[in-house]
Structures are given as C-alpha cells and as structure tokens.
Design a protein around this ligand. Structure first.
Ligand SMILES: *[C@@H]1O[C@H](CO)[C@@H](O)[C@H](O)[C@H]1NC(C)=O
Ligand SMILES: *[C@@H]1O[C@H](CO)[C@@H](O)[C@H](O)[C@H]1NC(C)=O
Length: 421
C-alpha cells in the first residue's frame, strides 16, 4: 500500500512537472519574446563611441534630440541598446556646451514613469527641466526609455502593432530594461551613476536594487513621487479601474496594448466613468494624478501633444494587482500559474528592506499626490533600511514633480544639493 501510494504520488509529481514545463512559457510575462530570444549582442555593453555607430535605423524613435533639445547650449545624442529579449531601447545623452562646464560631475541617469517616455524630463525650458538643470550643473545626463516609449527603436523581430511586442509586464522592466540601460551608461562612462527615478521609474529601481548587483553601479538615488506598496492610493481613476477589474476585462477582450487614446483606452474609460467616484466631465489628468498645483496652463496643449503614451495591458494589470493586494510582488498568474512560474501559490515579493542601507537616497513626494500617497510613502520609509533624505512638497500632485513650473526651486535644487554632498 505504502509503496503504491508513493509510486502514484511520484507519478503525479512527474506529470505536474511535465505540465509545468509545457506551461512555463505561457506563464511568463515575456513568454513570447523569450521563445524567440535573439543571439546576445554586445550593444548594451559597448562604449559610447561604439554605441553611437549602432543606432538603429529610426522608426518611431526619430528625433528626440531635434524635438526637445533645441537650445544650442546643450548637445544631445541618441543610442540604441538591446535587451536580451530583443527590444531596442533609446537612451539619450545631454551635455551642457555653453557655458563650458568646468567640473565633470559624472553620469546621471533619468528614468520616466508609466505611459510616458524620456521626453518628460525635457518638456520645460531651461531650469524648469531636471535634465537641463543637471547638465548645466556639470552632469552627463542620460535619459532612459522603457520598451513602450515612443522614442525606442522598436524590437528586432516584432512591430509595435504585433501582440508579441506588448507581451511583457513590469517584472520585465525590473529584470531587463533597467539593468540593460544602467549597465550601458555605467560601461560608457566607467563611473558610478546618479540615479533619478520618477513614479514607475522609482518603483522599478526599488525592485531592481533589492535584487543584488545592479545597485553597485549607483552612486546615489533620487526618487520622485516614489511608488512601491500602493495600499493607500486615492486616484479616483486608478481605484475605479482596479476595483472594477478593468485590467481583467480588457485582457479578456484580447487587448494587449493600452493607450488612453485608443480602443483599449476608450473601453477603459467606459468602465471607470460609470464609477460615482470618477468625474469624467472634469480634467482627466487631475482625476489620475491628483490636482497639480503648478503646471503652466499656457503649455498644456504642448504637454497634451506628448502626454499619455502606450503601455502593455499586462503592465497595467500588474499595477492593478498590487493595488488590490497591497503587495509589491511579481505578476500574479493565479494559483496554478504561480505554481508553474514560481513554485508557490502566491507571487514572490520584492523585498524593499534588501536595498542596501549604504545607498544614499532622496525621496521627494507631494501632499496632493493621489498615486504616491503620503501614507504609502511613510510605509516605504519605515521599511527601507537606509535613512533617506525627504523632500515634502505639500501642494504637489503627481505631475508637478516633472513638469511643475516651480519644480526647479522646490525639488531640483534639493536633488543637486543631495548629489553634491
Ligand atoms: C508659461 O509658459 C509660457 C510659454 O512657454 C511662457 O511664455 C510663460 O512665461 C510661462 N509662465 C510662467 C508663469 O512661467
Ligand atoms: C492640496 O491642494 C489644496 C488645493 O488644491 C491645498 O489647499 C492643500 O494645502 C494641498 N495640500 C495638502 C496636503 O492637502
């Protein structure tokens, strides 16, 4: 009897392992890309000069420098770096040319938030933009662009209209995009990198820095509107979307690319606008970010031209999962899928307390930010081992930190001081 049950149990285990193997591909956010994994290229570790010659024929990534860096006081160049799943990420480098900057302060890497690209750092003129502020202060400014950014150079195999192009979630930004770009900047400059992350760009760094060696490339980190555990977000649109399971509805409808100005976006708004908490007749931006105090109204049409880019449905779904569970974990595939992907019923969590205390960190957050809620930021601070410098701006909402017209004095000056001491 005993032998028999052991035998049948081992048979069941063997079958489960087989099924698990078969399902493994389907249970990874980047499943499709990994099955067509291209031969590794050395682009991401090339030096700046080498990388300059590898800039791919621009498709969508055309013209970041021409569009946003029009002042002759700055030089701007673009690089293409390839992730190991075949995305050609755009990285721009901006340096101050005039007046000549005497002291080179090292590389600064700026990483944007969800549904935007690297342009968010250069939308305002001069000292109202963090990229120009840092360049004028003597930093080599490197701007990152996630795989979904308009300014990336696409994918080696897939087009943006392909479903496969959008088959990834936030975990892939943690494990692929950020390391690829940060290693590129580090190996191009051979210096520790000053990191600036905004919103999802901060969130991604928290997760990546908690996982080991990448953090060793970083000198200091400034996180703006930091997001990690999101138990307390108050954004009416985000909350309605999460609790009405808009992500699940859209995924089930077979949509894979999410853009507020597309079919998926309209369906999304159809769902969230039925919530009494959301006022869809009102300014949509404030309904998402909180009431931004300090945007220059005259420039709103310009911001609107570039605002709200696409992201993947799976990325959005992962954010929604975190809101619903209060966790800070990997993609939740459901019990069976989790068993297959992670050998546990629940997705593994990123451990914020594993970020080394030795990493100097600044957290800048706002009193009216409905996505990076003060209570969530307080929880984040309590979990971190280090003792971050806190910059609190009571009137600021989510958008003010990157395009607020007074962010130069209220935020960027603090970042400069933090980097230099
Ligand atoms: C707002 O932006 C416009 C256009 O860039 C500019 O002319 C104006 O001076 C700005 N206003 C303020 C208060 O910064
Ligand atoms: C938020 O914004 C309102 C005005 O919209 C302001 O009165 C308030 O002081 C701000 N800060 C906080 C922490 O609520």
């Amino acid at each position: 009897m005993i032998m028999e049950s052991t035998k049948s149990r081992s048979w069941v285990v063997a079958m489960m392992q087989l099924v698990a193997l078969l399902l493994m591909e389907a249970s990874s956010c980047s499943s499709i890309s990994t099955t067509t994994k291209p031969p590794a290229t050395a682009t991401a570790t090339a030096t700046a000069t080498e990388a300059a010659s590898t800039v791919a024929a621009p498709q969508i990534g055309t013209g970041f420098c021409q569009m946003f860096v029009t002042s002759s006081a700055y030089s701007c160049s673009e690089y293409s770096v390839e992730t190991d799943d075949g995305y050609l990420l755009a990285v721009q480098r901006i340096d101050a040319v005039t007046p000549p900057v005497a002291t080179a302060k090292g590389p600064a890497f700026l990483y944007h938030g969800i549904m935007e690209g690297g342009e968010i750092w250069v939308m305002n003129p001069g000292q109202e933009s963090l990229a120009f502020t840092l360049a004028s202060a003597g930093y080599q400014v490197w701007i990152g662009n996630t795989r979904s950014s308009k300014y990336t150079f696409g994918h080696i195999t897939f087009q943006r209209q392909d479903k496969e192009f959008w088959s990834w979630c936030w975990d892939d930004l943690v494990s692929k995009d950020l390391p690829t770009m940060l290693q590129f900047v580090h190996s191009s400059t051979q210096q520790p990198v000053y990191y600036v992350g905004y919103s999802q760009g901060a969130m991604t760094a928290f997760a990546a820095f908690s996982q080991g060696p990448l953090v060793n490339l970083v000198a200091k980190a400034a996180m703006l509107s930091p997001v990690s555990h999101v138990n307390h977000i108050t954004s009416p649109v985000a909350l309605a979307a999460c609790w009405m399971f808009a992500d699940q509805i859209l995924l089930a409808a077979g949509l894979f690319e999410f853009n507020l100005n597309s079919e998926a976006g309209f369906k999304f708004l159809d769902i969230v606008c039925t919530s009494p908490q959301v006022d869809c007749t009102n300014d949509l931006l404030s309904q998402i970010t909180g009431p931004n105090c300090c945007l220059n109204e005259t420039r709103m049409p310009f911001y609107d031209l570039y605002g709200f880019q696409s992201t993947s449905m799976q990325n959005l779904a992962q954010m929604a999962q975190m809101v619903r569970t209060g966790g800070f974990g990997k993609y939740d595939f459901g019990f069976w899928g989790n068993l297959v992907a992670y050998q546990s019923l629940f997705p593994p969590q990123y451990d914020l307390s594993a970020i080394p205390a030795s990493l100097p960190m600044l957290l800048a957050h706002g009193g009216n930010d409905t996505l990076s809620d003060p209570q969530d930021v307080a929880n984040l601070i309590s979990v971190l081992q280090g003792d971050p410098v806190i910059v609190y701006v009571p009137d600021y909402a989510h958008g003010d930190f990157v395009i607020g017209s007074n962010a130069g004095t209220l935020v960027y000056q603090h970042i400069l001081a933090f980097f230099e001491t």
